[in-house]
Each structure stands twice: as structure tokens, then as C-alpha cells.
Design a protein around this ligand. Sequence first.
Ligand code: MG
Length: 213
Amino acid sequence: MPICFDLDGTLGHFSAGFVLLREALGGIWGQMPTVDELSVCQGSTDWEIVDELHRMRFGRGLDEAGYSAYETACVDRFRDVFTSGAQEAVGYGGILAGMHRLASARQVWIVSGNAPGLLAFKADVLGIDAAIPRLGSLPRHDRKDLLKRALRGGPGPHLYVGDRPHDLAAAQALGLPFLGIGEDVPGDHRSLPSNTEADCLVSAVEAALGVLP
Ligand SMILES: [Mg+2]
């Protein structure tokens, strides 16, 4: 019964993430993508976004080698900024504690739009147990494809916990129940504030799964 959590905005946040993405690409491509170029990207995963920016810059799609170069450069930028103390990540303590409690009894996955190396870095910074599987952005996969992969072979009920309309849209496309975090994902699903307590998250997840606590 996988319960899948998005990372950014759901379990915590890393401010300036899109600045670092642009800087990482600037280092590889010789010039940073502009804010305007980034703002017209439709995708929600790193593969989709970097592929769209690559098409704008070079007139052709990204390949695996280009994605790998981006991933390495982006992890380096995040490592520089978030381990030097220049910026500090914010973890949502109650949600992280509740997720760990759920993981002791159920299958929990982190399914995020970050490139896998970046997801690993962020999960470690947020103190997420390494035993919880992490699935980051893969070439030619959108968020729905990633979720499908995480759920593959596991019997339901499943659940996706996310903070943005693109998380809700991916859950809806797969017929997955959805739990929102924060105020940026309107809809008629249940939502919790990012400062919610662990007990509250666990109860909400149990209710969304339709099982007794
Ligand atoms: Mg998010």
C-alpha cells in the first residue's frame, strides 16, 4: 500500500531552488536560462523542465548525457549553498515525523520532480530515513509516470501527498486519492497546513486510505 510523498513544499522547502537550477544550467550551457524562459515551462519535473529549456536554447530535446550533466551541476550548486550555511533548508517537523511513523507500518515512498541525485541530497538534508525509497525525475517520465512506477506491483489503497496543482493532477490522472499540504493546491480534497502535527498527518492519511487508525 504505497503512500507517496512529494518533497518540495510537502516535507519542507529549499528556497532559491530555481535560481540554483538556472545557475547550474548556465555553468553547462554558457548562459543561464532566463526567468521568463523558466516561467513558460509546463512540466513539473526536472527532466521535463530542463528538456523544455534545452529545446528553447538549442532547438532540440535533452538527452541522457545532458540530463546527467545538469544533475551533477545542480547537486554541486545545492551542496555549495546548503552545506556552507549560505541558505538553510526548512523541514516541516510534524509532517516529517508523521511520515516516518507511517513508514514504520506501511510502505512509504518519496516521489519527487527532483533529479535523483538532487532528491537524495535534499532527503538527506531533511533527515529522511534512507530506508524510505526515493524516486526522482527520470528521462521521458512526467510526474504521473513516476507515481505509476512507484505504485507498480503494490496492492492499493494508495495515496499521494503533495502541495501543488500538478501533484493533484497527476493523482487524479491515476485515480489516486490525494492529500494536500499548504494552501497552494485548491480542490475538494482534504488539506493540512505545513505546520501540522504528526498525529494529525497520520490520522488524515488513515482517513484518506479508508482504514481505521
Ligand atoms: Mg512540491
